[in-house]
Design a protein around this ligand. Structure first.
Ligand SMILES: [Zn+2]
Length: 320
């Protein structure tokens, strides 16, 4: 398998307050885990910045404008010297923007869409997109849960608009339910959204009976459950839905906060589970979508749990 990595450095410059779990160190930890010799074959490439029009694939212009105008100005030289903290603006109870957040968000969209272009052009079989801010909680017109714009949803629409994809599947194994992705696609049968997540947990959505127009498959897991229950849910609910849907492209909303070390949730997965789930999705990608698979980082807040899980995931993407 050929695997490409997009990890735009501007994504490090989206800042959050001290102690906030969604922090630039997440990407630093992930990047340093990918410095090992076993990743020498990873095709590291630069992605173009996202276009503002791409935001409008899934979000109304008024919402994009609300986020853009919330971006605070940079502190000046004098303020920096006097120890003035960087300006941050809250756009939701736990979601903030900093002076570079607009560029970081556009870079995340640009890298996600470039990943779609890459697999449709056959330049790589699959792509991992290491970006922040994450996206799956962003609803059509609402920022929440550390997310501004829904990167995976935009990438799915990009595949349909630019590459004629008829059916795109988004598989979300982040420990939180991707309420934003569900909100965007719940009445659209051309996109399948499948999620495994802890329930009860933020954001509160993701019950089994939320099925959209038959295109939403939620597989909630109880706090304290682990590998066995996750694999059972994946095997009995997610994979059969994927087999029925026969996607032209598989997008993974790859959060790694279901890892047992993660401080934000109580599931007990380990690296082996992410390796296993990746293999199952690659098997479907081979069968239905000429191997085309794009994996976009969502959550994961324990630096060791995140970096080891992402490394296992990317290792599997490279090996097949
Ligand atoms: Zn999460």
């Amino acid at each position: 398998m050929s695997t490409r990595l997009y990890n735009p450095s501007i994504c490090l410059e989206h800042l959050t307050p001290p102690g906030h779990p969604e922090r630039p160190d997440r990407l630093r930890a992930l990047n340093s885990a990918l410095e090992g010799d076993e990743f020498y074959r990873l095709d590291r490439a630069e992605a173009p910045m996202g276009e503002e029009e791409a935001i409008l694939y899934v979000h109304p212009e008024s919402y994009a404008e609300r986020i853009r105008t919330a971006i605070p100005r940079e502190i000046d030289e004098e303020e920096r010297e006097s120890g003035h903290p960087q300006r941050l603006t809250r756009v939701d109870s736990d979601t903030v923007v900093s002076p570079k957040s607009w560029k970081a968000a556009l870079a995340a969209i640009g890298a996600s869409n470039a990943a779609v272009d890459t697999v449709f052009a056959g330049e790589a079989d699959n792509v991992f997109v290491a970006v922040r801010p994450p996206g799956h909680h962003a609803e059509r017109d609402r920022a929440m849960g550390f997310c501004l714009f829904n990167n995976a949803a935009i990438a799915a629409r990009h595949a349909q608009r630019r590459h004629g994809a008829e059916r795109v599947a988004i598989i979300d194994w982040d420990v939180h339910h991707g309420n934003g992705t569900q909100d965007i696609f719940q009445s659209d049968p051309t996109v399948l959204y499948c999620s495994t997540h802890q329930m009860p947990l933020y954001p509160g959505t993701g019950a089994k009976d939320e099925t959209g127009v038959g295109n939403i498959v939620n597989a909630p897991l109880s706090p304290g459950t682990g590998s066995r229950e996750f694999r059972e849910a994946f095997t009995s609910r997610v994979l059969p839905a994927l087999d029925d849907f026969r996607p032209d492209l598989i997008i993974i909303s790859a959060g790694f906060d279901a890892h047992h070390r993660d401080p934000l949730a109580e599931l007990n997965l380990d690296e082996g589970d992410f390796d296993w789930a990746t293999g199952k999705l690659m098997d479907r990608a081979e069968r239905f979508s000429a191997n085309r698979l794009v994996s976009i980082l969502e959550g994961g807040y324990d630096l060791q749990g995140l970096s080891q899980s992402a490394a296992a995931h990317i290792t599997r993407l490279m090996k097949g």
